[in-house]
Design a protein around this ligand. Structure first.
Ligand SMILES: [Mn+2]
Length: 363
């Protein structure tokens, strides 16, 4: 994982003697800990990773996770209790003056402890450098995301016959998560969205007791977690025959996604990708109904750093992975969103999520 540590150091604006990535208690876990160590399993509460300018990385781990930590092949210090942990931290801080911290994820409590352990230390926020390094995935990260995408897409295709009038949104969500895990997922990447009928018009609705009815649009936004890497896919299906209005909505979103897809190339700015989709939707009767950003970076988190939206200054590079997810939402009627996960390559966009993008009829 030396290359990842070096990638972070290359992005620094000012030098530091070491960077500490510090986990607190779940959910306050810094996924950059897993990025830097290459670990893809375990929780590592209270553990820290220490990153040095020459690419070295050391872990201070609890005895609870010692076996998991060994898989990294990195030097370890193991603690059994709070005092031992503080002693190990003090040891790692000895001789350091400028310490990089990930302010986006470090809790105030953990920061206070660091300052107490090294009162004369200067703590420098290096969260931007970490985010920039994490945006560009290496081959092993891409492989894991590719697997997460493939599990998600295959699972959706398998459960389509399950979706029919009388089923509840929650039942569909449960069936999908169950199928993903049977297909090898570590778990669901996030709370699965199954919004049927009017609920499909709420982009971040999750799933509830509503029974699916004939004529519903259903927005299904889901993803598989595979060894800590996420996929994030949305398909909109229709129950029974689609009405002309539903078809028109779907075609509009699909064309917007195609327009953005063409822009997912190295050198293009994030806001230009968003604009390509937005311009298309805003030229139709659905003007103003695309009420969120076009997409976001994907990796160790579902929202993994940069976004593709109207103010995004990210310049796309090979190895970045983004979602491309335009949508149109009409309150009281329903919504359509189509979301795919796309790897930026020199040769152009590579769509990792392979499920059919045609309007699928179920029931
Ligand atoms: Mn998404």
């Amino acid at each position: 994982m030396k290359a990842r540590v070096k990638a972070i150091y290359r992005q620094l604006k000012q030098p530091v003697d070491a960077i500490v990535l510090s986990n607190s208690t779940e959910p306050h876990i810094d996924m950059s800990f897993f990025y830097a160590t290459g670990l893809t399993d375990g929780l590592f509460e209270g553990c820290t990773a220490w990153l040095f300018p020459d690419g070295r990385c050391e872990i201070i781990t609890s005895a609870l996770e010692e076996e998991a930590a060994k898989k990294s092949g990195l030097p370890l210090r193991v603690f059994k209790n709070r005092d031992e942990r503080r002693a190990a931290m003090r040891g790692s801080l000895r001789g350091l003056r400028r310490i990089g911290i990930n302010s986006s994820e470090l809790t105030q409590k953990a920061f206070t402890e660091l300052k107490q352990l090294l009162p004369k230390g200067r703590f420098i926020d290096v969260s931007d450098a970490i985010m920039k390094a994490r945006l560009v995935k290496d081959d092993s990260e891409v492989d894991l995301i590719r697997t997460a995408c493939s599990i998600a897409c295959r699972s959706l295709e398998q459960i389509l016959p399950f979706i029919r009038p009388g089923r509840t949104e929650s039942e569909v969500a449960a069936e999908l998560v169950y199928t993903m895990q049977r297909n090898g997922a570590t778990g669901a990447a996030f709370r699965t969205i199954v919004g049927a009928g009017p609920n499909s018009a709420e982009p971040h609705y999750t799933a509830g007791p509503r029974e699916i009815r004939s004529g519903d649009l259903i927005v299904i936004d889901f993803g598989a977690l595979y060894k800590m890497y996420h996929s994030d896919v949305t398909r909109t299906v229709v129950v029974g025959k689609a009405s002309p209005e539903q078809r028109e909505m779907y075609e509009t979103v699909r064309q917007a996604q195609d327009a953005a897809m063409k822009m997912l190339r190295p050198g293009i700015r994030g806001k230009s990708v968003d604009a390509a989709a937005r311009k298309l939707i805003d030229a139709t009767k659905y003007r103003g109904r695309f009420i969120h950003g076009l997409g976001h970076s994907l990796g160790l988190a579902t929202h993994d750093g940069g976004g593709l939206n109207s103010v995004s200054d990210i310049i796309l590079k090979p190895g970045m992975v983004f979602t491309n997810e335009p949508g149109v939402y009409v309150s009281g009627f329903g919504g359509v969103r189509i979301e795919d996960d796309v790897l930026i390559t020199r040769a152009g966009p590579e769509v990792l999520s392979t499920a059919s993008r045609d309007l699928v009829t179920v029931g």
